[in-house]
Structures are given as structure tokens and as C-alpha cells.
Design a protein around this ligand. Structure first.
Ligand SMILES: Cc1ncc(COP(=O)(O)O)c(C=O)c1O
Length: 395
């Protein structure tokens, strides 16, 4: 790539991101093209954002049409794209109410506030997050998370937040009581390395909710909108949350998030108690409607499910063939993790040299979160390249 731009970036920005040495010019479907014309197959998907891939004609058209109508008017105004997207999400999900945000972490913050307001008159104060979860970068989100990597240096955290060990049913039973306000659950952990809440844990959570009347709050920011082959990740576990956070794909690549609430919390947020200038931007909502229609009505969610079955089977074969390198395959649909016995960076770099972009999370998990339009043939290309990288590593 053009190295001077990287040097300029280093001088200009806080050093929060380790950038890839690629300068993207454009995208098409599941491919990215760099300035020198090299084509890369993209299993990053904008980190689980680009559900429809790049340059999707309907998506681009909807954005363009809305831009010419109005780009922003503020939430003093009723906006048709917001209302249409709200109707689509609520009718598909069976939740009662929605609030649009700009991002995932703002959905987390809003969900914390919704839960706190709901619990105030009931004397419920204690919120829990699960270990290894990721809910965002703002102070409320960090308070829910236990990983030092994200929290270090940001103390003190918000009060009355505790952490429970992921899938530890006994600890859950000991921790919750009448004072419990809610438990935040990322049913399919993304950043954490594709770990799935067990059926047993989900069942226990559900029965403890009935006993103590707390809220279950599902973080579907990464796993939502059909990525796992179902509308939401929690649908694999048999438990339905009271509040759900969404973001990433729902704006078709434009910044958009949402908080959904059921009838228990439907009347909690009243005039003026929460708000945002940009949240629910009409262009993002117009884009989101196309995403939801493509995923739900045009068969993309079913396709994601099939891809998951196919890709998992092919990755399992790699695990069999390279038992010293591959330790596990986890996930559903277009959200699959391949756990390695080594730091994944060398594999990521070697894949990039083979013109395939993959992301490594939690040190040793290759995370595949491609656009939901990915084909079996493109999955075969991934497997062929991985096989060749693993052969090299064995030498
Ligand atoms: C599960 C989950 N929750 C919350 C977030 C935060 O979203 P954002 O980066 O849009 O603030 C992310 C982002 O990776 C996520 O994966």
C-alpha cells in the first residue's frame, strides 16, 4: 500500500487502532479492492456489519433516495423511515417498544438506564454482566464487563454492577435475589471468541427470572438481524429477554442501534427521560429497512443458516486434519469461530497474503462474520487458503 498514508495516520490519530496495511478503494459483494487493484475476499464484513455485502444496489438506492428527501431533521419530527423500520423490527421480533441509538454502546447505555428506571420503584438495584462479554466502550458498558483489557485505567466504574462466570449455573443461583435488577447476556459472544450460552444456563436464567422478577437483557448487537440463522442469537437457547440491544447491521453500514423492550418495560421511558440528536437518523433507517427486508423476506436468514452448517462442517474437517493447530469450531450461521492452539496473528497475516481477510479475536480465535450473502464457493476458497496456511505452519 501507499505507506505515507499510514505514517500520516500515525501522526494524526490517537493510537487506538492497529490498522491493516491495506488502502481500500471500493467493495463489491463479498470482495474489497485495494488501490492497486488487488481483490480480497472479506470475512470481516466490517466486523459483522455489512450483512448485504458491498455496493448492494437496493441498499445504495434507498440511501440515495432518502438523502435527497432529508438527511436529518431531529427527533422533534416524526420520520417515515424510522416508523417503517420500527414496524418491521417490532413485528418480526414481537417486542412492544423501540428506541433508536447511533451505536451499539449507546444501546447498552440506554438499556442500563431503562432497566434502572424500571427497577427504581421496586427496590431492585443490582445489575450483572457475564464474564468474557463485550457490550461496548462507554462507562456503563465497561462496568458490565469483566475483562481488564478493556477496563484497565478507567476506574471507578458505575455502582451496583457485578460479574457472573459465563455458563456457571451454580454461581448464578447463588448471586441473584429480590434485589437483582437484571442480567445482561450476550447469548453468542462475539468479541469474546464465539462462546454460546448453554441451554442449561438459559433455562436456569429463565426460571430465576420467574422467581425474582428481574430483567433479562440480551445483547444482540453482533449476533442479531439473522446473522446466526435466526433473527436473534437468544433464539437458539429458548429464553426470550425483556430488553434487547441491536446495532451493527441494522443501519446497512450507517451508524444505527436500537433498544427493544417488552410489555414489562414498555411504559418505563416517558417524555424527556432519554433522548439523542442523531439516533434513528432517517438515512440509516431507510438503509435498515432494506437490510431487514432482504434478511427476513428474501431468504437471506435461511441462507445464513445453510452457510453455517456448510462452513462448520468444512472447518470441522480442518480440525480433524490439523488437530495440533485447531482446537475447536463454534457458532451458527455467519458467525463462526475457529479456535487455534496458537496466537492467530500469523494465520491472519498469511491469509491476507492469500487475499482473504479474516479477523482474530480473543488472541486465538479466528472469527468469521462475513456478509450473509457469502456463497459456499467463497467458503471453499477460505478453506483452501486455511489448509495451505496450516500446511505451511506444520513444516
Ligand atoms: C456484542 C456487542 N455489544 C456491543 C458492541 C459495541 O458496539 P459499538 O462498537 O457500535 O459501540 C459490540 C461491538 O463490537 C458488540 O459486538
Amino acid at each position: 500500500m501507499n505507506e505515507p498514508i499510514l505514517e500520516r495516520e500515525q501522526q494524526l490519530f490517537f493510537h487506538t487502532y492497529k490498522r491493516l496495511h491495506l488502502e481500500v478503494e471500493r467493495g463489491e459483494g463479498c470482495y474489497l479492492f485495494t488501490k492497486d487493484g488487488t481483490r480480497y475476499l472479506d470475512f470481516f464484513g466490517g466486523i459483522a456489519v455489512n450483512a448485504l455485502g458491498y455496493n448492494h444496489p437496493r441498499l445504495c438506492r434507498a440511501i440515495e433516495e432518502q438523502i435527497h428527501k432529508y438527511i436529518h431533521v431531529s427527533n422533534y419530527f416524526v420520520q417515515q423511515p424510522q416508523v417503517k423500520l420500527a414496524e418491521k423490527i417490532l413485528s418480526a421480533s414481537k417486542f412492544q417498544r423501540i428506541f433508536f441509538t447511533n451505536s451499539g454502546t449507546e444501546a447498552t447505555e440506554g438499556a442500563i438506564k431503562l432497566a434502572r428506571k424500571w427497577g427504581k420503584s421496586l427496590g431492585k438495584t443490582q445489575l450483572f454482566g457475564l464474564s468474557n462479554a463485550f457490550h461496548g466502550r462507554t462507562m456503563g458498558a465497561l462496568s458490565l464487563m469483566d475483562k481488564q483489557k478493556y477496563r484497565d485505567g478507567y476506574e471507578p466504574f458505575v455502582e451496583n454492577f457485578g460479574h457472573l462466570k459465563f455458563n456457571d449455573v451454580d454461581e448464578l443461583r447463588r448471586a441473584v435475589n429480590e434485589k437483582t435488577l437484571g442480567v445482561f447476556v450476550e447469548f453468542v459472544q462475539g468479541e469474546g471468541g464465539i462462546f454460546i450460552v448453554s441451554q442449561e444456563y438459559a433455562r436456569e436464567l429463565q426460571s430465576l427470572r420467574e422467581k425474582y422478577r428481574f430483567l433479562i437483557i440480551g445483547d444482540e448487537i453482533q449476533s442479531g438481524v439473522g446473522r446466526t440463522g435466526k433473527l436473534f442469537g437468544y433464539m437458539h437457547t429458548g429464553v426470550t429477554p425483556d430488553i434487547v440491544m441491536m446495532a451493527k447491521p441494522i443501519g446497512g453500514g450507517l451508524p444505527l442501534g436500537a433498544i427493544l423492550g417488552n410489555d414489562r418495560v414498555a411504559e418505563t421511558f416517558t417524555y424527556g427521560v432519554h433522548g439523542t440528536t442523531f439516533g434513528g437518523n432517517p438515512v440509516a433507517c431507510a438503509a435498515g429497512l432494506v437490510v431487514l427486508e432482504e434478511v427476513l423476506d428474501k431468504g437471506l436468514m435461511r441462507h445464513a443458516e445453510e452457510i453455517g452448517v456448510y462452513l462448520s462442517a468444512r472447518l470441522m474437517q480442518l480440525k480433524k486434519d490439523f488437530p495440533a493447530l485447531v482446537t475447536d469450531v463454534r457458532g451458527f450461521g455467519c458467525m463462526i469461530g475457529l479456535e487455534l492452539s496458537m496466537d492467530g496473528q500469523a494465520v491472519v497475516d498469511a491469509m491476507q497474503r492469500r487475499q482473504i481477510l479474516v479477523n482474530c479475536t480473543n488472541v486465538n480465535v479466528l472469527r468469521f462474520v462475513p456478509p450473509l450473502i457469502i456463497t459456499k464457493e467463497q467458503c471453499d476458497d477460505l478453506i483452501t487458503a486455511l489448509r495451505s496456511v496450516f500446511e505451511d505452519l506444520k513444516k
